[in-house]
Design a binder for this molecule. Structure first.
Ligand code: GLA
Length: 414
């Protein structure tokens, strides 16, 4: 812990400068929060919040692939697939239904699930999901209506939280549509308090897109908070999200995670290399890993990404430090570093450019003492042997070729 925090502090100014400088050229959307100033030091986190998400939550969410086309058949089949594909065993534990499951409010203001799409009701569905060893999640909004115009939770926090607890909900994603008149911190804190009153441990996933600088107040309110507008299934989208999320690394830690949005891996809009880069960067940024593809029909390529245990291990490392940029070559090459609990370092060499690049790093730049260190390639699943950077000659740097729109990812053991 001590080493890691020394390294974090020592490299802070450099990394912030690098991260901010990359933002100007990378097409960040204006809706993604832009201000690096005013960031609060990480708040002390109540132990209950830490135990809800000691490492970034992993699971599946319906939205990116299915939108409003959700029903209980899909959820049951997805639960089965999460077990049969090995997703659950790899750590993907939460199965979350996003928008469109709810249609109305009934007696006493109780939320009503769509009776046509969920005829068995949410309690039975949650029971099924639990019977597979998975956890169950739902979606709502702090405003009066969700983004798709379904009933939101404004004025109904307590009854909604109590209903979720009764159904056996373990995770709730709470959106921000129709809510700009509210004070985000107050609204989400109210929702957190309602969940606490309901008496069941439920992860609170704050989804206000980084509009109200949640990294300054959300630790201790929710276990994760979105930092940007919605992801799309394109390389351009992944690039701007990476650069918007990069500079927020100080706010993340056990029980409190920056959320650069759910995964698009396997949805068809990017190349294999681009999806590998997307997944690697989410892992090195200690992002929640919520698969967003059809788990019932995954290609071998998609499986090899989502089930890359060596990369997942980086994401789930118990030290809980969000990795950051340590080198930015300006012409499209970046080196990222995440310190890990066993004293090793994960390093991602990221190439935004349209042609192959040779990238390199010196051990000192990733907090490793001069000398020999063992290098593991996390995508080739190969030991690359011992590399010696004695800190004297530039030629001793560790080099790798990185494909266009691609990544190489290593774990380096001093
Ligand atoms: C917002 C959220 C998305 C998704 C949709 C559902 O856009 O950011 O992740 O939940 O609403 O309508």
């Amino acid at each position: 812990m001590k080493n890691a925090s020394l390294i974090r502090t020592g490299s802070l100014i450099l990394a912030v400068m690098l991260a901010v400088s990359t933002m100007t050229g990378c097409g960040s959307k204006p809706d993604a929060s832009q201000s690096a100033a005013g960031r609060a030091a990480p708040a002390a986190r109540p132990s209950t919040d830490v135990s809800l998400a000691p490492t970034p939550p992993m699971g599946f969410n319906t939205w990116n692939r299915f939108g409003c086309e959700v029903d209980e058949g899909l959820i049951r089949e997805t639960a089965d697939a999460m077990v049969s594909t090995g997703m659950l065993a790899a750590g993907y534990a939460y199965l979350v239904i996003d928008d469109c499951w709810q249609v109305a409010r009934g007696a006493g203001g109780r939320i009503v699930a769509d009776p046509e799409r969920f005829p068995g009701g949410m309690k039975a569905l949650a029971d099924y999901v639990h019977s597979k060893g998975l956890r169950f999640g739902l979606y709502t909004d702090v405003g009066p209506k969700t983004c798709q115009g379904r009933p939101g939770s404004l004025g109904f926090d307590d009854i909604d939280a109590a209903t979720y607890a009764e159904w056996g909900v373990d995770y709730v994603k709470v959106d921000w549509c129709n809510a700009d008149d509210l004070d985000a911190r107050v609204a989400y804190t109210k929702f957190r308090d309602a969940l606490r009153k309901a008496g069941r441990p439920i992860v609170l996933s704050i989804c206000e897109w980084g509009r109200n600088d949640p990294w300054t107040w959300a630790p201790g309110v929710g276990q994760l908070w979105r930092t940007t507008a919605d992801i799309a299934d394109s390389w351009e989208s992944v690039v701007w999200i990476i650069n918007a999320n990069a500079r927020l690394y100080e706010a993340a830690g056990p029980g409190a995670w920056n959320d650069p949005d759910m995964l698009e891996v396997g949805n068809g809009g990017m190349t294999f290399d681009e999806y590998k880069a997307h997944f690697s960067l989410w892992a090195i940024m200690a992002a929640p890993l919520m698969a967003g593809n059809d788990l019932r029909a995954m290609s071998e390529e998609t499986t090899s990404i989502l089930l890359n245990r060596e990369v997942i291990e980086v994401d789930q490392d118990p030290l809980g430090v969000q990795g950051r940029i340590v080198i930015d070559r300006g012409y499209g090459g970046q080196v990222w570093m995440k310190p890990l609990a066993d004293g090793s370092r994960a390093a991602a060499f990221l190439n935004y450019s349209g042609k192959e690049l040779e990238l390199y790093v010196r051990w000192a730049q990733i907090g490793i003492a001069a000398g020999p260190a063992r290098v593991r390639d996390l995508w080739a699943h190969q030991d690359l042997g011992v590399h010696s950077d004695l800190g004297k000659h530039y030629e001793q740097r560790f080099k790798a070729n990185v494909p266009a729109h691609g990544v190489r990812m290593f774990r380096i053991y001093p």
